[in-house]
Design a protein around this ligand. Structure first.
Ligand code: GUN
Ligand code: FE
Length: 396
């Protein structure tokens, strides 16, 4: 009786499975059996020819196994560790300016339109469907400063079955666009409202979207806002995401805005924003000392090679990052990056590594197996799978 009731609990697949481990960048399991339990978790991986033994051990019907064709294989979902959902509306256009001019000229005017929920619904539906079609099962999204549209993005991702971290963008100063910003208290209140609403939805239904505390970058946040957002993240056990050291002009501007800080990384560290749940995008110009701080704090980096090339921002040396034992995943950074596909991010990661070798022949290029690992296991280190919310309610 025990084994017959267990028989309904597994869905079992037989075929080729491809994945990565810490030890081996690419593992190919041919003719394997993979069992998924009723909660959707993988509960075993066994050898295909041992079907009889395995089915007896786990109590499933061997004739109910789903067999893949020889042309098919399973692989882990791709993790996009950095994507601006709101910028999807102009992806593939407007890549003729460097970062700060690009933000001012194209990005902020578009993002300010997301007070319009109908516009938000259209774009957010498109970006979720498109990224899912391209294999992105988990995405770490920047939305805009608008809470209601950000909540809508979480709802849409959930409805289509994508695990999403959704960041209501926080910015209480904007020298580049006077109207696209918030007051400090407003930014904090809206971040709490966003988190609270996610929490209430999450306790009522199975919901895969979670909030992520999102100070846009040091250029658009005051010290007070950054300190208080760090507190919100700590009190509620939330992820944090932002941008760091993407472009030389940006790095210089941050030095001017925070003259008392030793480096861009030091700015975030002083504001308590570097935690083991922090994902910082880019990091092209981080020094060894700064990477050391990333390692010590357990913060991770999102490498966004398409964006770095498209906006002529820089070339991140992934080998150097990994040699400091800093967690690193890949991101599309739509729309600084023109492609919403993580397989494109894999290719651009290799292209960037090869460009570094052109500059310096001793540079060891990343293998394609390693880039595959970054797009899957690499991203999951910054954003561990977590089907149920672990954060608790705000009491604001
Ligand atoms: N730095 C601050 N905001 C942004 C953004 O929207 N895109 C990119 N690529 N960098 C940023
Ligand atoms: Fe970005």
């Amino acid at each position: 009786a025990c084994s017959s009731s267990a028989a309904t609990n597994f869905k079992v697949f037989r075929g080729t499975f491809v994945h990565s481990t810490q030890e081996e960048a690419l593992v190919i399991l041919e003719d394997a059996l993979l069992g998924v339990d009723s909660t959707g978790k993988i509960s075993f991986v066994e050898k295909g020819p041992e079907l009889e033994k395995v089915s007896a051990k786990f109590g499933f019907n061997p004739s109910a196994v789903t067999q893949l064709s020889p042309q098919e294989f399973f692989m882990p979902g791709l993790v996009d560790t950095h994507i601006h959902a709101a910028q999807y509306s102009f992806a593939g256009t407007a890549l003729d300016l460097p970062l700060l001019d690009w933000l001012q000229t194209y990005t902020f005017p578009v993002e300010s339109r997301y007070s319009d929920l109908e516009f938000a619904r259209q774009v957010y539906t498109h970006v979720v469907k498109r990224t899912l079609r391209n294999g992105t099962t988990t995405a770490c999204y920047f939305a805009t400063i608008h809470t209601d549209a950000s909540l809508l993005l979480g709802e849409i991702a959930n409805d289509f079955g994508q695990r999403a971290l959704v960041g209501k963008v926080c910015m209480d100063r904007n020298g580049l666009h006077e109207h696209y910003k918030e007051e400090t208290q407003e930014s904090l209140d809206e971040t709490s409202r966003c988190g609270n609403t996610f929490y209430i939805i999450n306790i009522n239904i199975t919901h895969f979207s979670r909030p992520v505390v999102t100070p846009r970058f040091s250029v658009s946040c005051t010290s007070e806002l950054m300190l208080k957002l760090a507190e919100v993240a700590r009190n509620n056990n939330l992820h944090i995401q932002s941008h760091i050291s993407e472009n030389m002009d940006e790095v210089r501007l941050v030095q001017e805005l925070f003259p008392e800080s030793e480096s861009y990384t030091d700015v975030y560290r002083k504001h308590n924003l570097l935690t083991s749940k922090t994902i910082m995008a880019h990091g092209c110009y981080l020094s060894d000392e700064e990477l050391q701080i990333f390692h010590q704090t357990g913060s991770s980096l999102a490498h966004c090679p398409n964006s770095n090339l498209s906006l002529c921002s820089g070339l991140l040396d992934v080998r150097k990052v990994l040699s400091h034992k800093v967690k690193l995943g890949l991101g599309t950074d739509v729309a600084g990056g023109y492609s919403p596909s993580m397989l494109d991010a894999v290719r651009r990661t290799r292209d960037t590594s090869k460009a570094l070798k052109i500059q310096d022949p001793v540079h060891q290029t990343l293998t394609w197996e390693e880039t595959f690992r970054l797009a899957t296991l690499g991203g999951s280190q910054g954003i561990p799978p977590q089907p149920k919310p672990s954060f608790r309610a705000f009491w604001s």
